[in-house]
Design a protein around this ligand. Sequence first.
Ligand code: PEP
Ligand code: MN
Length: 335
Amino acid sequence: MILNLNENVTKNDADNLIKRLQFMGFQAIALQTGQGFSIILVKGVDQKTDMKLFSVLPGVLEIKVIDSQFKLAGKNAILDKTIVDVRGLKIGGKELTIIAGPCAVESEAQIFESARLVAKGGAQVLRGGAFKPRTSPYDFQGLGEEGLRYLHEAGHAYNLLTISEVMAIQQIDCVAKYTDILQIGARNMQNFDLLKAVGQIKKPVLLKRGSAATYKDLLMAAEYILSAGNSEVILCERGIRAFEAYTRNTLDIAAVPALKELGHLPIIVDPSHGTGKRSLILPMARAAVAAGADGVMIEVHPDPDRALSDAAQTINPEVFSDIVVSLQAVAQIIH
Ligand code: PEP
Ligand code: MN
């Protein structure tokens, strides 16, 4: 249910309405639209609910029913296209978003050199894991807070925004202190407590699709973050587990137009984890942009063969620069 409010309703009035609705047993979120404020009731409404309950509330102009099961992540009359503004970078806007950097922050020198080279190649966001979800406990686990500090400093030095993964609730404050975007990895896509916790902070979240998650699962995971109050969610397709063993995962390009049909959130494609193979990054990144992705996330290392994690899918900065040129050309054709 959507309650569109009168134009003269202030943020304060909308917040008071939310409190009143809560008191009546509903859970609701206020959103600012071009026309003023709207309230989306996310919990408590069913077939038996009497509409008159809402029409008599102060400031309510009109009431609309939402048919989608994704009340906040789904497309509807007021949620049509979301642009996440990260310190001026408009993810989901006209320009492609290019996120690049190593799988993991390995040292101060490595992340500074990565930052210098990806900035030169056209990235706007520097990636680098500091808390790494590794399949084996004996593999490099990341540098933790020290790595985040290097990432932050390298981003600052080369005028790049930064993103890094948060694996646990206890890490949120630390990751948020050093980065502009928090990443929820594929393995944590359905860690509902973590989703609720990042829903409570004021930082954009890039939510990666779980390797066995359907579009519904992904949108419902986004719904957890949105309903907790954080409207800055970016989805990321990073490949799913299928029967093909040649590639690390099966990159589901159809996810891009499908999620755009079902929802309104920006979509980034990660061809690195999506294929596991450096030779496939260029064609799959092009395919992603051609399918309407808002950007890509690519693993780049100054010396890919020596990367401490995901070397096989990591490309060098020269190849990265060429890919960005190619992606801009594809974007020009399709827009
Ligand atoms: C990553 O991007 O660093 C990562 C671990 O990816 P995923 O969660 O998609 O496996
Ligand atoms: Mn990786």
